[in-house]
Write a protein of this length. Structure first.
Length: 261
């Protein structure tokens, strides 16, 4: 399993950007769409920070839209000085309502993001460093419900901040884990076969060496002739004389010199 992962950074989705752009054009409709987006996704921990930030951004877009609409539409028929004054008065009232909400949503966004980053760190520690794979145990350790922990982990996998994998029956299975086990088993099998081959080669070499030594001894034995006493006829008188191996002596009858051949 590959443990190299990135760090999750909360960002707006394409739907969020579409809502923000729509709110800048026509807030009455897209503010409602933004609220529905927040309500639908706020149960996910990883979305809470982005949702608060989205609400804050929508309020800013609404504030700017009111300013533009009031100046160019609502007060368009007034004199320039009065038009500016009325617009400023309206914007002051709107700012008194919007500004505290904008600040509050930004603070809540930072807190939610910090909380989820802490969860991310805990998940990585449990999953990658401590090799836990049971959702129930992981959820207990991070003080979350199993279904919440499942949602968080699946999201982090999608964001590539955790290695890719699947969750089945409350157990996490990393992609490629089976392949790594198969490769290890194949490597162990190859090592065993190599060891067996080495052992066989050693036994074969020992057997061949023993055969060569036996053949050498046999050849040596055959190369040494058997030398026994033998009877030799004297060339001088014809008498028979017994000679020992390598012995030379005179014939006792005629004095001729006899050699063992």
């Amino acid at each position: 399993m590959n443990n190299q992962t990135s760090v999750y950074r909360p960002t707006f989705t394409k739907v969020d950007f579409f809502i923000i752009f729509g709110t800048a054009v026509f807030p009455p409709v897209f503010l409602a769409v933004g609220l529905l987006q927040v309500v639908a996704s706020h149960r996910f921990s990883y979305r809470k920070g982005s949702n608060y930030s989205l609400l804050s951004t929508l309020l800013v877009m609404t504030f700017l839209w009111i300013f533009i609409y009031a100046y160019f539409v609502s007060f368009a028929g007034l004199e320039s000085s009065i038009r500016t004054k009325e617009t400023q008065s309206l914007m002051l009232i709107v700012a008194m309502f919007c500004l505290p909400l904008i600040v509050a949503f930004q603070v809540m966004s930072m807190r939610a993001n910090t909380y989820f980053k802490g969860l991310e760190t805990s998940y990585k520690e449990l999953l990658l460093n401590q090799d836990h794979d049971e959702i129930a145990e992981i959820a207990r350790r991070v003080n979350r419900k199993p279904e919440q922990a499942t949602q968080d982990i699946m999201f982090l996998m999608q964001e590539n901040t955790l290695p890719s994998g699947t969750i089945e029956d409350g157990i996490i299975y990393w992609d490629g884990e089976d392949e790594e086990e198969e490769e290890e088993q194949e490597q162990e099998q190859e090592d065993d076969e190599s060891n067996n081959d080495d052992t066989l080669e050693v036994e074969t070499d020992s057997s061949q060496k023993a055969e060569q030594e036996a053949a050498a001894e046999s050849s040596l034995i055959r190369s040494i002739p058997s030398k026994l006493p033998k009877s030799t006829q004297c060339v001088g008188c014809g008498s028979k004389v017994i000679l020992q191996p390598e012995e030379s002596k005179e014939c006792e009858y005629c004095g001729s010199w006899l050699n063992y051949v």
